[in-house]
Design a protein around this ligand. Structure first.
Ligand code: URA
Length: 208
């Protein structure tokens, strides 16, 4: 069974308050989503493996460490895009893949309309990014596709989850740890997390 990590940090809490407040405007919303992405990434990369190599500082030779595996950030379109810049600022060598999903209106099942990943994807640590872990259907499908492309070291990164989404993702992908800024109460009948923050994509891109 995978682990669920909910980060308790005053800066994350403070920024989540701004993000959740319905009075927060698009610019501040977008900036804070990106910044929480960066803060979460700092925490979740503590256990990444490193290798040693020799370099020369301006003064002398020195044995130093660098990340062992490449990192790939994979936002689930479109809300996942909101966390990418913050994560990329912390790991500038990371490559970025993309996954786009739409929901079939009759079956409500997610289908992939776009998937693009960098070379060496199967050797990489993959951060699947979607701010809202709601029903878990999209995240689960995205991770199916990521695994089909050979990745084995996968972490889910989001802002807000709910028990329904966590349960679904843990059942479907017990090897994928889940990293969130907050775990909320429940999913409502319209598919929104309660209390949540509303429609993250609309709030990021000003589409409502
Ligand atoms: N997607 C959102 O943007 N918000 C929710 O509350 C649930 C899914």
């Amino acid at each position: 069974m995978s682990h669920v990590f909910i980060f308790e940090h005053p800066l994350i809490d403070h920024k989540m308050t701004i993000i959740r407040d319905k009075e927060t405007k698009t610019k501040a919303f977008r900036e804070n989503v990106s910044e929480v992405g960066a803060l979460i990434t700092y925490e979740i990369t503590r256990d990444l493996s490193t290798r040693t190599k020799e370099i020369e500082t301006p003064i002398s030779k020195m044995i130093v460490k660098e990340l062992l595996k490449p990192v790939v950030i994979v936002p689930i379109l479109r809300a996942g895009l909101g966390m990418v810049d913050g994560i990329h600022n912390i790991i500038p060598t990371a490559k970025i893949g993309h996954i786009g999903l739409y929901r079939d209106e009759e079956t409500l099942e997610p289908h992939v309309y776009y998937a693009k990943f960098p070379v060496d994807f199967d050797q990489s640590v993959v951060l699947v990014v979607d701010p809202m872990l709601a029903s878990g259907g999209s995240a689960s499908k995205a991770i199916d596709i990521i695994k089909e492309h050979g990745a084995t070291d996968i972490r889910y990164v989001g802002l807000v989850g709910c028990p329904e989404g966590v349960k679904r993702l843990q059942e479907d992908h017990p090897d994928v740890n889940i990293y969130l800024a907050a775990l909320d109460d429940h999913l409502n009948e319209k598919g929104y997390i309660v209390p949540g923050l509303g429609d993250c994509g609309d709030r990021l891109f000003g589409t409502k």
